[in-house]
Design a protein around this ligand. Structure first.
Ligand code: AMP
Ligand code: GLY
Length: 424
């Protein structure tokens, strides 16, 4: 088979790496890809939002299956364009990707179908939002409705802060039209867990649990980022939590989407909070998590291409997912200054130390290859260093050890990825 993956981050590197293990695959392309992806796929210089060019490329190269990694093209309708052209593609159509693309949609869906989530109200009028806040309890959470690179969520400790937040989102439009509509929701406390799943429209298969670290600095300080590190499985995702989520959240979400005429095929990523009142949905994503994928896929035993095909064909009920009985930890190596200002174009050394290892991985996020074949930094999150081990502690020790193998100027990482492991 020939496969095309659309995206350019650490997540796509992990997806491409996993696809490359499949005996069914002869050739992998990735558009646009990055410096590391180029080692296991042919990178193609077409942007992820250039749907027509991507579809034309897929036709020309006779691609058997295209896998979409990123949220923007999914929410923009790339799957609809590919299907219209008669191409096989893995991911939700635009009318289903809205599960991630609109927080107001997903909150209303959960309310309508009784899926546990924080209490909330939706506002399109800033005056009404301000008036609502006058009687609200604090802290409170404000969310821009649309995609905002994970940054459109404000946790406000006081009325003053919340009013300033409404101004930022709705009047100053810091996240553009994503803030035309906002969700104001109850602040919840508890441990966060990410759960990834495959869905074929009807059947859902849960992968395994993971935990992300969204803040830039140690001790969960600093700005929100795309994710500074992950571990899998989460020791807090117990059999009891799993049973509860299977009964009240996972299948119910898939059935709700079908009932709404928005059949969901692809990945549903459940962002959960384990509250004192039971697990609740913080958010849905319509794609693999980044960097959750970098700890989940190295533990997966299945041929991922078979699972992708089962989702597209609607035969996922015939597939059982299998994971290694081990653990994985990923530490993101970023450029100092991320997520704000940082330098690019700095040479990276030491990557060859990962070659041929089966328990250490380096997934490239923001890298590129220059004319001399050198790998340079090319983004805020540069690399994801993953290690697997018999348990979480061993995996963490190995992952941090491997972060020392790689060097580049302004290398920055959190030193407390997986700290929660000690509290389990
Ligand atoms: P989201 O993009 O909806 O996942 O929100 C980003 C982050 O904001 C989450 O990972 C949580 O840490 C935090 N968050 C979102 N909603 C809430 C909430 N209702 N209560 C507490 N924290 C929240
Ligand atoms: N790591 C969180 C996300 O992919 O949205």
């Amino acid at each position: 088979m020939k496969i095309l993956v659309v995206g350019s981050g650490g997540r796509e590197h992990a997806i491409v790496w996993k696809i490359a293990q499949s005996p069914k695959v002869d050739k992998i392309y990735c558009a646009p890809g990055n410096g590391g992806i180029g080692e296991c796929a042919e990178c193609v210089d077409i942007g992820a939002m250039e749907f027509e060019r991507l579809a034309a490329f897929a036709k020309e190269k006779e691609i058997d299956l295209t896998v979409i990694g990123m949220d923007d093209p999914l929410c923009g309708g790339i799957v609809d364009v590919f299907e219209r052209e008669g191409l096989r593609v893995f991911g939700p159509r635009k009318n289903a990707a809205i599960l991630e693309g609109s927080k107001a949609f997903s909150k209303d869906l959960m309310k309508k179908y009784g899926i546990p989530t924080a209490a909330y109200e939706v506002f399109t009028d800033p005056e009404q939002a301000m008036a609502y806040l006058e009687t609200a309890k604090f802290p409170i959470v404000l969310k821009a409705d649309g995609l905002a690179l994970g940054k459109g969520v404000l946790i406000c400790g006081s009325l003053e802060e919340a009013k300033a937040g409404v101004k930022t989102l709705m009047l100053d439009k810091q996240f553009g039209s994503a803030g035309d509509e906002i969700v104001i929701e109850e602040f919840m406390t508890g441990r966060e867990v990410s759960v990834l799943s495959f869905v074929d429209g009807q059947t859902i298969r849960i992968m395994t649990s993971a935990q992300d670290h969204k803040r830039a600095k140690d001790g969960d300080q600093g700005l929100n980022t795309g994710g500074m590190g992950t571990f899998s499985p989460s020791p807090f995702y117990t059999a009891e939590v799993d049973a509860y989520c299977r009964e009240h959240i996972y299948q119910k979400t898939v059935d709700a989407m079908r009932a709404e005429g928005r059949e969901f095929k692809g990945i549903i990523f459940f962002g959960l909070m384990l509250t004192a009142d039971g697990p609740k949905v913080l958010e849905y994503n319509a794609r693999f998590g980044d960097p959750e994928t970098q700890v989940v896929l190295p533990r997966m035993k299945n041929d991922i291409v078979e699972v992708f095909e089962a989702c597209v064909d609607g035969t996922l009920d015939q597939v059982e997912l299998e994971f290694e009985d081990n653990a994985a930890v990923c530490v993101v190596l970023a450029s100092d200054g991320y997520p704000e200002k940082y330098e690019k174009g700095l040479p990276i050394s030491g990557l060859e130390r990962f070659a041929g290892k089966t328990d250490y991985f380096v997934f490239h996020a923001g890298t590129k290859r220059d004319g001399d074949g050198r790998i340079l930094t090319n983004g805020g999150r540069v690399l994801g260093v993953t290690a697997t081990g018999a348990d979480l502690k061993e995996a963490r020790k190995k992952a941090y050890e491997a972060t020392e193998w790689v060097e580049f100027a302004n290398k920055y990482m959190r030193h407390d990825i997986g700290k929660a492991i000690d509290e389990a």
